[in-house]
Design a protein around this ligand. Structure first.
Ligand SMILES: Nc1ncnc2c1ncn2[C@@H]1O[C@H](COP(=O)(O)OP(=O)(O)OP(=O)(O)O)[C@@H](O)[C@H]1O
Ligand SMILES: [Mg+2]
Length: 341
């Protein structure tokens, strides 16, 4: 039985800056973990991946390094990314496979060199056939939009590394903007805010937790106060500070505005017939950043269009790539065409 599974093991992958998700044809989503690895500094051997590696992020010592090989949505550290892909694939299958097709989602802003790096990593990790698909296209398919229709749809996918804004029609991307401002930048903004305003050093994980818990893009009905623990910049000792959601919103405001401006810019560049479609259909938000409190409201206010947060926005892309892997022939027209080198 295992043998048959093995032969039909086509997989889909959302190799995200923050999270990696894998979908196996006929099975659905089988893996959803942070894109993080811990490895031995000397031997470079990977000792932990995903959730287990995230646990120790910021707590590592001299012999181990914890790394996020994806930055800004693309592979920043080739060797480690390849190891990570290999380790994730190994985790979902008991045998190392030699024949499999992989469809991988990549940000629309990637360069030819970056695409090459993703293809090579997947091939080195055992894939025989690699197809790439643009993230916003995958997200649109994932949330059930009819991407082949002659009607315009706008998808805004806010991930860890990039925000991708795309207008899709007739199975193609008509207009796209990819900005390297998303969840990671927001975490950074929160860390900087504490350093500057509270003389407090906090780690990336803490900043992310604060963002998810109290971060917002518009005033909240009830503003929240939280206790934040970190290291005092002056005394060097552990310290607790109290902050309100108002301050955190202030810290995020620049990034949120940049995302809003990028959406507006894409709207300005959209051909009029498609703009008209958007008036009725509105904007679909996907990716983890779509969960930032009030971001939909803020976008609605600024664009005067209907804005919807997709159901389960964190899995939209992998569900889309999954559909493509279930029907490779039908969806091959939305794959990125391979250039000859
Ligand atoms: N409730 C929330 N509020 C705000 N941000 C959130 C929330 N939940 C998750 N996020 C953020 O969403 C981001 C992860 O989203 P996602 O998994 O879609 O990114 P990714 O696909 O890995 O990245 P990319 O597409 O840029 O490569 C992280 O930065 C995370 O902090
Ligand atoms: Mg993503």
């Amino acid at each position: 039985m295992k043998f048959f599974n093995f032969l039909t093991n086509d997989i889909a992958m959302d190799l995200g800056t923050a999270n990696t998700l894998i979908y196996i044809k006929g099975k659905g989503i089988v893996l959803n973990e942070p894109s993080i690895v811990a490895f031995d500094r000397v031997t470079k051997k990977i000792t932990k991946i995903g959730n287990e590696a995230k646990e120790i992020l910021g707590r590592e010592h001299g012999d181990i390094r914890v790394s996020r090989p994806m930055r800004d949505g693309v592979i920043a550290d080739f060797e480690i990314a390849e190891g990570m892909i290999r380790a994730f694939i190994k985790k979902i299958s008991s045998s190392t496979l030699s024949t499999r097709r992989i469809v991988i989602a990549v940000p629309s802003g990637v360069t030819e060199v970056e695409k090459r790096a993703v293809r090579d990593s997947a091939e080195h990790a055992g894939a025989k056939e690699v197809h790439l698909i643009f993230e916003p296209m995958a997200a649109a398919i994932g949330i059930g939009l009819d991407v082949g229709a002659s009607v315009g749809n706008m998808v805004v996918d806010i991930g860890g590394g990039t925000t991708e804004i795309a207008v899709i029609s007739l199975a193609g991307i008509v207009q796209v903007e990819s900005v390297r401002i998303a969840g990671d930048e927001m975490n950074n903004a929160i860390m900087q805010f504490f350093k500057k305003n509270h003389n407090l050093l906090i780690g990336e994980r803490t900043a992310e937790a604060i963002k998810c818990e109290v971060g917002s893009a518009v005033p909240l009905k009830e503003e929240i106060t939280i206790q934040v623990k970190g290291r005092d910049l002056v005394g060097g000792i552990p310290k607790t500070t109290e902050v309100s959601s108002v301050e955190i919103r202030e810290a995020l405001t620049e990034n949120v505005t940049q995302i809003v401006e990028a959406v507006k810019q894409t709207l300005e560049r959209t051909p009029p017939e498609l703009s008209a479609d958007l008036l009725d259909r509105g904007i679909m938000l996907t990716g983890g950043g779509a969960l930032l409190k009030g971001l939909d409201k803020r976008l609605k206010m600024e664009t005067e269009l209907p804005v919807h947060v997709a159901e389960d926005p964190l899995t939209a892309v992998v569900r889309g790539v999954g559909k493509a892997v279930e029907n490779i022939n039908e969806y091959s027209r939305v794959f990125i065409r391979k250039r000859s080198y």
